[in-house]
Design a protein around this ligand. Structure first.
Ligand SMILES: [Zn+2]
Length: 60
């Protein structure tokens, strides 16, 4: 299960906290990992076989 291990040990590029996966949809293999401080979000989309990354940057 190298794939699972890889995706569960990623860290936020901003604060380096370990990303959490509380929004994942296991049935669809659609995995969303987020920074616990909401800096960053990473989605794995099986139909694209790739990731989509979202940075949450304050725009003040
Ligand atoms: Zn962060």
């Amino acid at each position: 299960m190298t794939f699972i291990k890889l995706i569960t040990q990623e860290k936020c590029p901003v604060c380096h906290e370990t990303l959490i996966t509380n929004k994942s949809n296991v049935l669809l293999s659609h995995i969303i990992k987020t920074c616990p401080k909401n800096h960053y979000e990473k989605e794995f989309i099986p139909s694209l076989e790739g990731y989509v990354e979202h940075y949450s940057t304050p725009t003040k």
